[in-house]
Design a protein around this ligand. Structure first.
Ligand code: SAH
Ligand code: SF4
Ligand code: F3S
Length: 440
């Protein structure tokens, strides 16, 4: 069967796509580059904000029209498939197969049964699943924990992905060893809240311990995402600082700088706690690169509240940030209980925040000019006279393609910085790329 998978949403979804792809491959599926060539199109969906839902809706609309013309099977997986909202969309557009985020290993059965609706929720066995290493990649994701036990009032993820289930550490370590053998030099440990790792399973190591164990494997770069500030303990900070493979990069979503808003968001910490975590992090790792997620225009957010977010931004001085306009999600507490702010107010605040972020990114990126960074070059940039990659601190970095002819790790002297990237010169390949040239 000619198969094409389209993925929306976060890194968790990218990982799940890889997992399902390997299941399908073992069933004999052949993968094609576009849905136009495919007999089976599988859409991996996201429901975190209105926008990704709209994208799925319009794609499924197009696929519906295609189905009228020829024999085509359409499947929906991922977060939206778990929600009533998604199931309605699936019915409307004649989707043949539906697979919740916990039911991925059931893809074979779903295809065999050609059931119109295959609704399954979270399966423990997913935690025991070991997907094969992707070939020809330098960077890879490894899921360590699924689901989320927090209850942020704006967020649909606990509904779509259920409570936390940690994977067995032996499986995680085996998967990373396989990745190392396949030539991967950077792994990102994934979970909605990686710092909760092990809390749900007595006898499992905690996240700090797991970091040290992963460090032992000897992959040169270890990253992880996402962290919740409440669980970002001193032990985690110590494990990071003492494990050289762990990159000096932390994504620590703050969401708002106002205690009033944080309380209404159900974030379980105050601004002062968050700033104390940043202090402890910087004390242990002075060169750390920090990024965050911020929601602007949460219901009831006043201009004063927003000013608190701007001032927190100045206190931390983030290297980068993902900034979102609050998007009301049916099924979340804030949707039910709070009134959405006018769109103009939200958009105007977002613009001011973006402006602030640009200034800080520029300032923070300048601090690398003249210094040498290790860059993981992936391949040609859009302008193919350049190759693109990223640093241990996750900065996008460009170098002349002639200086980095193959993907791999390079030492790069930074020559220039913009708010969005660094431009550098290769001082000598640290190690020859042992992987095939093709990048997945
Ligand atoms: N587990 C992670 C990521 C969750 S989703 C965490 O807790 O940080 C990624 C980001 O999407 C969130 O950090 C939040 O900033 C944003 N987000 C989630 N729900 C949203 C909503 N309803 N509207 C706007 N942004 C939202
Ligand atoms: Fe959503 Fe909050 Fe859980 Fe993150 S911690 S996934 S924002 S409920
Ligand atoms: Fe979206 Fe689900 Fe990720 S809602 S952001 S794909 S966890």
């Amino acid at each position: 069967m000619k198969t094409h998978i389209i993925t929306y949403g976060c890194q968790m979804n990218e990982y799940d796509t890889h997992l399902v792809k390997s299941e399908l491959a073992s069933l004999g599926a052949e993968f094609v580059d576009t849905w136009q060539e495919a007999d089976f199109v599988l859409v991996n969906t996201c429901a975190v904000r209105g926008k990704p839902v709209e994208k799925v809706r319009s794609l499924l609309g197009e696929l519906r029209k295609e189905k009228d013309k020829r024999d085509l099977m359409v499947g929906m997986m991922g977060c939206l498939a778990q929600l009533e909202e998604g199931q309605q969309i699936a019915r409307k557009f004649g989707v043949d197969i539906l697979l919740g985020p916990g039911a991925l290993t059931e893809i074979g059965k779903a295809l065999e049964a050609k059931s119109r609706f295959w609704e399954l929720s979270f399966r423990e066995e997913l935690a025991h699943h070991l997907p094969p290493a992707p070939q020809g990649q330098l960077s890879a994701f490894v899921s360590i924990i699924r689901g989320c036990n927090h209850h942020c009032t704006y967020c649909i993820v606990p509904t779509t992905r259920g409570p936390e289930v940690s994977r067995h550490p032996d499986l995680i370590l085996r998967e990373i060893e396989q990745l190392k053998a396949a030539g991967v030099v950077e792994v990102t440990l994934l979970g909605q809240n990686v710092n909760s790792y092990g809390n749900d399973q007595p006898g499992f190591p905690k996240f700090a311990e797991l970091l040290r164990m992963v460090g032992q494997i000897g992959i040169p770069r270890i990253k992880f995402t996402t962290s919740h500030p409440v669980n970002f303990t001193d032990e985690v900070i110590r494990a990071m600082a003492e494990t050289p493979q762990v990159c000096e990069y932390i994504h620590l979503p703050v969401q708002s700088g106002s205690n009033r808003v944080l309380r209404r968001m159900g974030r379980e910490y105050r601004r002062e706690w968050y700033l104390d975590r940043i202090r402890a992090i910087r004390e242990a790792m002075p060169e750390v690169v920090l990024s965050t997620d911020i929601i602007v225009g949460f219901p009831g957010e006043t201009e004063e509240d927003f000013q608190e977010t701007l001032s927190l931004y100045d206190q931390v001085g983030y290297d980068s940030a993902y900034m979102f306009i609050y998007s009301p999600r049916p099924g979340t507490p804030s949707y039910k209980h709070f009134q959405d702010l006018p769109r103009e107010v939200k958009v105007e605040r977002l613009q001011r925040l973006i402006e602030k972020q640009k200034q800080w990114s520029y300032k923070q990126n300048q601090r690398w000019v003249g210094r040498t960074l290790e860059v993981l070059v992936r391949g040609a940039a859009k302008d193919d006279s350049y190759a693109e990659g990223h640093s241990r601190g996750n900065h996008p970095v460009l170098v002349l393609a002639s200086q980095a002819p193959r993907p791999g790790l390079y030492q790069v002297v930074v020559k220039q910085a913009t708010p969005h990237m660094l431009l550098g010169e290769v001082v000598g390949a640290e190690e020859p790329a042992t992987i095939p040239l093709m990048m997945a």
